[in-house]
Each structure stands twice: as structure tokens, then as C-alpha cells.
Write a protein that binds this ligand. Structure first.
Ligand code: ATP
Ligand code: MG
Length: 471
């Protein structure tokens, strides 16, 4: 294990250290009762089982956890055998889902070692964790036949090497995420000095920061998320390692990058997160049109852009659930509005800025963004010019209200209005059930349109052409 040279190896606080009768470290009532059942049952079957990760971290800082994850010494097959309502999922990282009423899922993962760490040790004589009956065969271990050059390539490509509780704590990303909670004894188990960093409000990798960031550069986004969400500082060596690993981001699986990016926006911390990612020079890899916009438009552009994300964050933190297409559209809206506006020629489909079209197409192709979400995002962006009255509509503005995406488009429009103060009157009209009068654009009277055949299907923001006039 590459230990931070400034740190002495921490001594875990084990459950046996607990004096009998002492109050538990965390209030038992703050745990999900189904998750408690899962932990208790695993322990009754002779396995170690603890709460781990985000739930322990969040409860220790007085926040409500999103979910309750369990780590156990039981192998996936053993977990499945312990619960009827259980399925194994994942290949790169095999874990168990235990299902409860109302669609609740408790995630149970087996203690694992860090596969990257194995390179530093002599190869085991035999497989210490032979696959169990019914389990899929595991992928080759990194210490197998073709040993990767540890200097050159630390990227983790598989993660199914089982280990002890301590190894499992150490293979986790940040000290504050490496804490276990033993519900039975009411004690936090800390192998990684997570409590110190929680108290001092630091995001710090477990072990050598450079190595841990290179192993999995997605941790850059995770550090950004936790720093933003908890308002913690990033410890300086961890930050330097993040800067160094940015160039490795393109090596990560694009769907993982996209998912972690969405988690920033869904968590209501888009503003501090995007600022941090911009400072790390990571935006040009993750969201090129935003990086371009910020680079070209200087401090004014920055102010304009972050006014949108701040408005979006306020809404999310205020408890408004927004679908991914709206979140994405609201974040891309300042870029869409900054692109020169061209009234579509007769019958043409309106488009958004080319850079946004390219980004969405790339995310669909490579990052598994559902095509439906990309298309909804496009339509929401396109509708904005109609909502503001900039686009002339042929046909009734009132019919525009009946479009299936009208409400989503209006939500994004509200964010525009709140962020800039522009078009408030138009917004009020739309909200009161009316429609604003279309404002003729600055370029003069509407161009005469060529005759086109009527198109079918929803076209938000562009109305069907009027019936042909006799020449
Ligand atoms: P949140 O409350 O936002 O879900 P979380 O800490 O639970 O935060 P998850 O992504 O749900 O985050 O991951 C659960 C735990 O798994 C983390 O706390 C961490 O211990 C571990 N983990 C997740 N991703 C990684 C990673 N890329 N590298 C190492 N450990 C990870
Ligand atoms: Mg979680």
C-alpha cells in the first residue's frame, strides 16, 4: 500500500474497542430499517457486514444519506443464497441487490482488495477467491500473465478481487468514504483516518494521491462532487494529483464520466463543480462547448454562464425534481443563446448551435446518453426562442402550449428569465395561460416562405407552415 509519507499508518477503531453500554456513534433511528435487516441477517449467517461509504459519511456530518450501502465478507453467491429477494449484477464490479417493497434496493458489495495494489505483491500461489458455483468466471487479474507496467498504466480495468474489511476500506477513493459502521456495536470502524478528515473538512485520497487518481481518473469528478456538496477543501496533494490526471480522463469509459457529470447537476452543485472543473482544465474534455464559451467570452461570459447554473442549483436544492433533459438543457442554454440566431428558412427544421448538436450526438454515440434525452434536450433548447417571442410563429402560439414538451421547455425558460431578468413579461403571459404576442425580430419584416409540404410529428418551437396561398 502506498501510504501518504506524511501519515503514520492509522490504527482502526474496532468494534471491540467499544465500552459496553456506551451510546452508539450514530442514532439507530437514522438508518433504513430494511438495510438494518440486511446487515443483521448477514451477521446471523456468520458473515461480517457493515454500513459503508456515503451513508456513514453523511450521517456523521448530520446530512440525510441518499441510500444505505452494505459491505460484507460474504461472496456474491453467498449473499444471493442468504436472501430470496436478491439479484447479482455487474461484471467489472459484481455486487448484490436486495429488493424491498416500493422498489427500494439495498446494495451489498463483497469486501474487495484494490486490484492495482496487487501488482506490488508477489502473485498468489493459487486463486485466493475461486469463483463460486453459479458465478460467472472472473476476468483476468492484473497480476496475471501479461503484467502491466505499473509506471505506465495504473488504470483499473476490473475489480473483482475479494479481500478483507481493511483492504476494502483502503481500496475506496477518499478517506471520508472509507468508513464502516458496525450497527450491532454502534461503532464507526476507521482504517483510513476518515474521521479526522471529516472533522477537518478535507477531501483526501486514501493512499498515494497520484496513484489513486491515475488508477481511476473518474475520481477527479468524484472529488469535485464531494468538495462541492459538503463544502470541504481538497487536500493539496490530492488536488495536485487531480490536475495531473486530467489528461487521463479520455481513457475512462464515457458512460461513467457522463454519469458522474449528471450527478453534479442533479445534486444541485453544478456551479461550484463546474468552476472547479474549469480550474482543473477538465471541462474541455467533459463539456467542450462550455469550455469554449468560457474561454472565448472571458469574465462577462463566466458571469452570464454561472448565473444560469446558480438558478438551476437553487431550484434543485429547493426540492424541484428536474429530469435529465431539462438539467442538461438549462446548463447548455447560455451557449445556445449566444450562438447567432438564424430564423429557419421555410419548412426547415430549426437547430441549436452546432457545438451543442455535436456534443449531444457524441454523448449518444459514446456515452450511452439515451437518444430520447438528447432529443428532448434539443427540443427544449429550440423552443426557447419561441417562448421568448424571438422566433416568429406561423400559426397560433396557443397551439404551442399543447406540445408534449411545453412544460419542460417552460421550466428551462423560467431559468433563463430568473438568471437574466430578460423576458419576464413573456414568462408571465405563458404562465397565466396566455401567450405573448410574437415580437418581430430586428432584421425587419418576416421573409416570405416557399411552399413546402406539411410535416408531421411534434416540432416544438417551429410551427407547421401556413396553407399555401393562391399565387
Ligand atoms: P452519494 O451519497 O453521493 O451516493 P457515495 O459515497 O455513496 O456518495 P457512491 O458513488 O454511491 O458514492 O459510491 C459508494 C462508495 O463506493 C463510495 O463511498 C466509495 O467508498 C466507493 N466508491 C465509489 N466509486 C469509487 C471509485 N471510483 N473508486 C473508489 N471507490 C469508489
Ligand atoms: Mg451512494
Amino acid at each position: 500500500m502506498n501510504q501518504d509519507p506524511t501519515d503514520k499508518p492509522p490504527q482502526p477503531t474496532a468494534p471491540s474497542d467499544a465500552p459496553d453500554g456506551a451510546a452508539p456513534d450514530l442514532d439507530p433511528a437514522s438508518f433504513d430499517p430494511d438495510a438494518v435487516k440486511v446487515v443483521s441477517r448477514l451477521q446471523q449467517h456468520g458473515h461480517q457486514a457493515y454500513f459503508v461509504g456515503g451513508c456513514v459519511r453523511d450521517l456523521l456530518v448530520g446530512r440525510k444519506p441518499k441510500d444505505f450501502d452494505v459491505a460484507t465478507s460474504a461472496h456474491p453467491g453467498e449473499v444471493r443464497a442468504t436472501f430470496r429477494n436478491c439479484r447479482l449484477i455487474g461484471r467489472r464490479f459484481r455486487l448484490a441487490h436486495v429488493y424491498f417493497k416500493g422498489g427500494k434496493i439495498i446494495e451489498v458489495s463483497t469486501f474487495r482488495d484494490n486490484p492495482g495494489e496487487l501488482e506490488e505483491r508477489p502473485p498468489p500461489e493459487a486463486d485466493a477467491n475461486p469463483p463460486e458455483e453459479g458465478e460467472e468466471p472472473r476476468e483476468a487479474q492484473p497480476n496475471g500473465e501479461s503484467e502491466p507496467d505499473a509506471e505506465e498504466d495504473l488504470l483499473i480495468t476490473q475489480d473483482n478481487v475479494f479481500g478483507t474489511a481493511e483492504q476494502d476500506a483502503r481500496r475506496r477513493d477518499f478517506t471520508i468514504n472509507g468508513l464502516f459502521y458496525d450497527f450491532a456495536s454502534g461503532k464507526v470502524i476507521d482504517y483510513v483516518r476518515g474521521r479526522r478528515d471529516l472533522d477537518e473538512r478535507y477531501i483526501r485520497t486514501i493512499g498515494d494521491p497520484e496513484r489513486r487518481m491515475r488508477e481511476d481518473p473518474v475520481r477527479i469528478l468524484r472529488a469535485v462532487r464531494f468538495a462541492s456538496k459538503l463544502e470541504f477543501d481538497i487536500e493539496s496533494r490530492t488536488y495536485a494529483a487531480m490536475e495531473g490526471a486530467v489528461e487521463d480522463l479520455p481513457r475512462c469509459a464515457p458512460p461513467r464520466l457522463l454519469e458522474e457529470t449528471f450527478r453534479l447537476i442533479r445534486g444541485g452543485v453544478a456551479t461550484p463543480s463546474l468552476k472547479l472543473l474549469a480550474a482543473l482544465d477538465a471541462l474541455k474534455i467533459l463539456l467542450p462547448p462550455i469550455a469554449d464559451y468560457l474561454a472565448k467570452r472571458g469574465p462577462e461570459g463566466e458571469k452570464a454562464f454561472y448565473a444560469f447554473t446558480e438558478t438551476l442549483d437553487r431550484r434543485v436544492l429547493g426540492g424541484v425534481a428536474l429530469e435529465d433533459a431539462v438539467l442538461l438543457a438549462a446548463m447548455l442554454l447560455p451557449i445556445a443563446l449566444a450562438a447567432p440566431y438564424q430564423e429557419p428558412e421555410g419548412g426547415e427544421q430549426p437547430t441549436v448551435a452546432a457545438a451543442i448538436e455535436d456534443l449531444l450526438a457524441d454523448l449518444v454515440r459514446n456515452a450511452r446518453l439515451p437518444r430520447r434525452i438528447a432529443e428532448r434536450c434539443r427540443l427544449i433548447l429550440i423552443a426557447q426562442r419561441t417562448l421568448s417571442g424571438q422566433r416568429r410563429r406561423r400559426g397560433s402560439l396557443m397551439s404551442f402550449r399543447r406540445h408534449p414538451l411545453f412544460n419542460e421547455a417552460l421550466t428551462a425558460f423560467e431559468i433563463w428569465v430568473d438568471a437574466t431578468g430578460e423576458h419576464r413579461e413573456a414568462l408571465e403571459k405563458w404562465k397565466s395561460g396566455d401567450a405573448p404576442v410574437a415580437v418581430p425580430d430586428a432584421e425587419g419584416p418576416p421573409k416570405r416562405r416557399r411552399r413546402r409540404r406539411r410535416r408531421r410529428g411534434p416540432r416544438l418551437g417551429a410551427d407547421s407552415p401556413p396553407p399555401p396561398k393562391p399565387e
